[in-house]
Design a protein around this ligand. Sequence first.
Ligand SMILES: C[S@@+](CC[C@H](N)C(=O)[O-])C[C@H]1O[C@@H](n2cnc3c(N)ncnc32)[C@H](O)[C@@H]1O
Length: 263
Amino acid sequence: MTRDYDGLADIYDLWSDADPSATPSATFYVERMLRERGHRVELGVGTGRIAIPVLRRGGALTGVDSSPAMLDACRRKAVRAGVSGALELIRQDVRDLDLPAPAELIIFPFRSLGHLLEQADKAACFRSVYANLVPGGRFIFDHYVWNEDWARAHDGVMRPMVDQQHGQHRLIIQDEYHYRYDEQRMDCAVHIQLVDGPSSEVVVDRVETFEFSWFDVDDARAWATSAGFDVEALHGGFESAEPFGPDATDQVWTLRKPVKAWV
Ligand SMILES: C[S@@+](CC[C@H](N)C(=O)[O-])C[C@H]1O[C@@H](n2cnc3c(N)ncnc32)[C@H](O)[C@@H]1O
């Protein structure tokens, strides 16, 4: 089970907020979760960036993650928000889910499927989600549309993400991606520095690394249909009216387990 995110838990909210798709993706998933009256599950729940705003508006949900540190951060935030009683957190791997009850809606937001590196891992995730949905249940996930020009322009370049004052300390977060184009993989490094203002001493200086993979719509469609899903919708961005097309920046999938499911 991956623990890659353990080292990112303390800076995840600040770091992910700097991503331009953080707000549109959160708005989209919060709204979709609020529409659902049945059992709702967020895979890769992380620090509760989506789950906690949902719970603030009512109901209950289950959050799944493989990282103990991300789950701890989520638990603490839920307590502070006064919603911990409505949040069930489970440490499981999305490739081998065993939810306490089948779900009406399972989401896997913010390109998280890319953390499953091999094709076989992604296919296993689709089968596992399918097995844990009620007939007629939905699986919603997203990924970006691969943009090779962007990748080549940013390959190996340190990208400033956060530069903020926290009391007398300055927090600097930068990330750096190295692409392996033929393998559809990238090595990601997140550089975290905390600098003491008065002395300029660097009191924290660490690098967290993980691997990521990307895929296109044909891959996703193949994993979805071979697991047994119907494709209900494929949008090209988080404004749900945008259909997927040549200008799409994201692939936003809504899959449905058939009501009469044979497997
Ligand atoms: C990009 S973060 C997304 C967090 C949250 N959903 C959000 O939108 O901010 C990806 C999350 O997926 C989790 N994750 C990665 N691989 C996983 C796996 N195989 N099983 C369960 N969780 C996994 C990571 O630990 C991390 O918390």
